[in-house]
Design a protein around this ligand. Structure first.
Ligand SMILES: Nc1ncnc2c1ncn2[C@@H]1O[C@H](COP(=O)(O)OP(=O)(O)O)[C@@H](O)[C@H]1O
Ligand SMILES: [Mg+2]
Length: 351
């Protein structure tokens, strides 16, 4: 720790008097202090070009927003909110460039919605956006749940939470099912310690860490009302709706394409039928169920091809890339079967 320097300028943080007010109404003696404070508003003419195009281009922000649009089906509202946040950061950056200081905008967020609605995926994109706009140093995403943060014994919680926070610094800390951290009905729960540490970091280190809390909407609402000071630290609450069957279909086609598969013409109908049935079953998890279903269809295709090759049939490229109607129709879903395991409920994708 170096010696603390004498205060040269008045505080500019929250609660500080607006500069003009202080200049006009300031107590005698303050005028001199304010004179030294460089006020760029005074030196820069109002019609000065601030070089917006250059900053926009350097940040490649348009490309990131375009890729968000291309790689994610639907989510119009979510995309619009992210566009707004990007605009805020962009303008803030331009203001800083010419010396118009302001508080760092609070960027902590909550993503609410059912499993598989794209929360983790969008959080990853968010990390990239914040990085491109120079708001975080690294832009990586660290995913944590209660188990990563809260210890089982006295003295274990603080080091665990500190370790996760340390890893996340310079990027985004994504806390999945955040409400599990804190159990209001159990006052001996160690989660309280984690919550307190999070609140502190969210306030004091918000220029270097963005926290995104995710989970079911109703649970999250309860969590916010149970933990005072949490909701007010979160600037952006974004809702992720369930997908319609058409949207799920588009997600499936996009996923298939990105893995170099195509659907035979009658297989598209089978997929639509599959999705309509699967949506109504328990443990349906939107995009995640689509991904899992595709994995199973690939498996069925592989077995079909392997068997036919064994029988001496020559396999072609078309065989390798095509999912047939039969690969989908043999799913248990068409036989009134239900997925017994929790496989579609998940943990967040590690990748
Ligand atoms: N709008 C979407 N467009 C394309 N794929 C999506 C979309 N939403 C979700 N997915 C896919 O569904 C899977 C689950 O998404 P994820 O972000 O893990 O959901 P959540 O975190 O809300 O549970 C991922 O493979 C993801 O790529
Ligand atoms: Mg997730």
């Amino acid at each position: 720790m170096g010696e603390s320097k004498p205060v040269e300028s008045p505080p500019l943080g929250p609660g500080a008097p607006p500069r003009e007010t202080a200049e006009v109404y300031g107590t005698p003696g303050t005028e001199d202090r304010f004179k030294d404070l460089a006020d760029p508003m005074r030196d820069i003419p109002d019609d000065a070009d601030v070089g917006a195009e250059g900053v926009f281009e350097d940040s490649h922000i348009a490309e990131v927003l375009d890729s968000l649009d291309d790689e994610l089906i639907a989510l119009a509202e979510v995309k619009a909110r992210i566009g707004e946040i990007a605009a805020l950061l962009m303008i803030d950056r331009l203001r800083r460039k010419i010396g118009l200081d302001a508080d760092v905008p609070t960027l902590h967020m909550s993503f609410t919605g059912n499993p598989g609605t794209g929360k983790t995926t969008v959080a990853m994109k968010m990390g990239q956006i914040l990085y491109k706009l120079g708001y975080v140093r690294k832009g990586h995403l660290v995913t944590a749940t209660r188990d990563d943060l809260v210890g089982q014994y006295v003295g274990h919680t603080a080091p665990k939470t500190r370790e996760v926070l340390k890893r996340a610094m310079g990027g985004v800390l994504f806390i999945d099912e955040a409400y599990h951290i804190y159990r209001v009905d159990n006052e001996r729960d160690y989660g309280q310690e984690t919550v307190e540490m999070l609140l502190q970091v969210m306030e004091n280190q918000r220029e270097d860490l963005v926290v995104i809390m995710a989970g079911y909407k109703d649970h999250m609402d309860r969590f916010f009302s149970d933990v005072p000071g949490l909701s007010s630290r979160i600037a952006h609450h974004i809702d992720f709706p369930d997908y319609s069957v058409d949207e799920l279909m588009d997600i499936a086609l996009l996923m298939a394409e990105s893995q170099r598969y195509r659907l035979a013409p009658d297989a598209e109908k089978a997929l639509m039928d599959y999705l309509e049935l699967r949506m109504k079953q328990p443990r349906f998890a939107n995009g995640r169920s689509v991904r899992n279903a595709l994995d199973r269809f690939r498996m069925h295709q592989a077995i079909r091809l392997y068997k036919s090759a064994e029988r001496g049939r020559k396999l072609t490229k078309k065989d390798l890339v095509t999912i047939e109607d039969a690969d989908i129709r043999q799913s248990r879903v068409f036989k009134g079967g239900v997925y017994a395991r929790d496989s579609d409920q998940e943990r967040p994708d590690p990748s």
